[in-house]
Design a protein around this ligand. Structure first.
Ligand SMILES: [Zn+2]
Length: 75
């Protein structure tokens, strides 16, 4: 059985301001898994943090860490 929830989060490239979206499964702000990413972004392993993933802007190649967004933390 599973009660995992899915939710989307907007992604903005810090360099070229391109926007895309990521679809997560799990709980916002805590344990969650990236299950889909789109809108011109891709994901790849973070070499500096084994086991973690990074978001890569396919437009300019800028990377940003995948991390819980405070804005999505349930209150
Ligand atoms: Zn970019």
């Amino acid at each position: 059985m599973t009660d995992a929830k899915q939710f989307m989060e907007e992604i903005t490239c810090p360099s070229c301001a391109r926007t895309g979206h990521a679809t997560w499964q799990g709980e916002a702000g805590s344990k969650r898994t990236l299950i889909d990413i789109g809108g011109g972004f891709d994901q790849r392993a973070d070499d500096a943090n084994p086991g973690f993933q990074m978001i890569v802007c396919t437009e300019c190649g800028t990377t940003q860490p995948l991390q819980a967004s405070p804005a999505l933390t349930p209150h």
